[in-house]
Design a protein around this ligand. Sequence first.
Ligand code: FES
Length: 164
Amino acid sequence: MSSSQKPPGSAVPGKKSGKTPRKTRPDPVRRRRFLQRCLGVLGGIGSLMAAYPLIRYIEPPPEAEGSSRVEIDRASVPPGTAMTVIYRGRPTIVVNTSDGYVAFNAVCPHLGCVVKWEGGTRSLVCPCHGGKFGTDGSVQGGPIPAPLTAVELSVTDDKIIIGA
Ligand code: FES
C-alpha cells in the first residue's frame, strides 16, 4: 500500500471516523398541521372570551341572585302608574291598578325583553315585538307564548313589600 492510499476506515487527523449523523429536517406538512391546530385552539379561546360578556349581557341573571325582599313607598307608585325594581336579580314591575297593586316578573316570556307599563292603554307592553299583557299578566297580543309570572307582594299603610 502506498502512502497516498488510505486504508478503508482510516480517518483524517482531527475528524471522527465513521458516518456522521444526518440532520433530520422537520416534516413541513406535520409542522403546518401542528401550527394550524394551535391557531385553531387559540382562535376558539379568543372567540369564547369575546362572546362571554355578550352572553352575560343578554342572559338575565339567575333568579336566586339579589334581594329576596324589596320595599318601596306606596307614594312612589300613584294610581295608574308602575315602578320597576330588581327583585331576586330580575326586573320586577309593580303596577298600581284601580283594583290594587300587582307585581310581575318583567322579563317577557317571548325573547326576554323587559316589559313597560303603558298608562294610556292600561297594559304592559313589550318594546321588542309588540307583545301586550293585561294587568292580570294575561297575554293580550303579540307573539308571546305565556303570561307574565306574578310576584308575591303585600301592602302596609305606607309600603309595598315585594317577596312577602
Ligand atoms: S320579547 Fe317580548 S314580544 Fe318578543
